[in-house]
Design a protein around this ligand. Structure first.
Ligand SMILES: Cc1cc2nc3c(=O)[nH]c(=O)nc-3n(C[C@H](O)[C@H](O)[C@H](O)COP(=O)(O)OP(=O)(O)OC[C@H]3O[C@@H](n4cnc5c(N)ncnc54)[C@H](O)[C@@H]3O)c2cc1C
Length: 323
């Protein structure tokens, strides 16, 4: 065991944490911890600051001021399995090194994702990229049967093509997006936190959030102080535009609320005018709603993993071979 690996990371290293019905995330390797971030930052700030500044304060300062290069000193390598529709979103994060299972070289396992009844939901009325109300369990049952029918067909054609000695790279072309793929994925902590901020967020697809939550819980164990600062400043913090700051300033001075600051509205644009009717803040109504939402203090999320629920690599292999 290398001294750079903290015991909290050691506890989860090589364990396979289940995600969705057949997916997983496993931490394969890690280099660095909170101390490695601090050590790199001290090069910039000099040893003089060491006496006055606690590690926690320094790491919070870095996060607050987006001094991110010290975070790049920590590297993490994961082994993950996810449905192809999630892999397609995941791969958009260009700052990681990826090596994916090759469907040209190897036979693709017949492992498919099936949403649980709880996640079988209608199209969201408010978010074109989201889901809304839970649908009738009967409809879910029907959908599962239809999915199964289609998957059986796709698997049968795939097996037939392989049996006819058709190249694996061609045999696979009609496998559904629900088919699981897997990869090794290596990234530094700075880019991982950027990835996680986007993917634990409620706007990310629910299935992707499940992966983000497990990985965030791993980060919490490996770099607890960086993690704490990240939750405070990035996950639960927010950005304010010039117009939003102007409204906030007026709210503080007038001891009012955001809505009462809006004096004129034509439905699309809200104009905030001064006592003489002069336009002071020109802002779209949608932005006003978003600003009001930003003022609601979010609940601090808790991301946790329990090693007792993890599997070994061998157990995962057996589970996949059973399919
Ligand atoms: C909720 C949500 C919905 C989305 N919807 C869509 C969609 O409908 N269609 C779609 O195509 N994508 C969509 N995306 C993907 C999104 O546009 C980004 O491609 C993805 O989130 C990766 O973000 P990134 O580029 O910041 O991350 P990374 O690729 O990990 O990059 C990290 C950072 O490095 C820098 N960087 C990396 N590469 C470059 C570069 N070439 N030039 C300049 N800077 C670079 C940027 O600062 C970037 O933020 C969606 C993402 C989310 C979270």
């Amino acid at each position: 065991v290398r001294p750079a690996i903290e015991s909290a990371a050691e506890e989860i290293l090589g364990l396979y944490f289940p995600v969705l019905d057949h997916g997983f995330v496993s931490l394969v390797d890690v280099m660095g911890d909170d101390a490695a971030v601090e050590q790199a930052a001290r090069v910039s700030y000099g040893s003089g600051t060491r006496k006055v500044s606690e590690t926690r304060d320094l790491l919070r300062y870095l996060m607050r001021h987006q001094h991110t290069t010290p975070l790049e000193m920590v590297e993490l390598k994961f082994h993950c399995a996810m449905p192809m529709f999630i892999a397609r979103q995941w791969i958009r994060h260009r700052t990681a090194s990826v090596n994916e299972y090759s469907g040209r070289y190897s036979v693709v396992p017949a492992v498919f994702y099936t949403p649980e009844a709880e996640q079988f939901r209608s199209q969201s009325k408010t978010n074109k990229q989201g889901r809304g109300e839970q649908l009738d369990p009967g409809l879910h049952h029907e959908a599962v049967m239809r999915w199964q029918f289609q998957r059986d067909e796709a698997s049968a054609i795939y097996d037939w093509l392989l049996a006819e000695d058709v190249a694996r790279e061609l045999a696979r072309i009609d496998l559904p997006l629900s088919t699981y793929t897997q990869w090794y994925w290596k990234i530094d902590l700075h880019n991982l936190l950027h990835f996680l901020k986007l993917r634990v967020d409620g706007h990310a697809q629910w299935e992707f959030q499940q992966y983000g939550q497990v990985m965030a819980a791993m980060v919490a164990r490996i770099v607890p102080l960086v993690y704490e600062a990240w939750i405070d400043y990035e996950v639960c913090g927010t950005r304010l535009s010039l117009q939003e700051r102007m409204i906030l300033d007026r709210m503080i001075n007038a001891q009012g609320n955001a809505r009462s600051m809006i004096s004129v509205s034509d439905g699309k644009r809200d104009v905030i005018a001064d006592m003489n009717g002069n336009k002071v803040i020109d802002i779209r109504s949608r932005e006003v709603e978003e600003f009001i939402a930003k003022l609601n203090v979010p609940e601090r999320p808790v991301f946790s993993i329990d090693p007792a629920t993890s599997m070994t690599a061998g157990q995962v292999r057996e589970k996949w071979e059973d399919k």
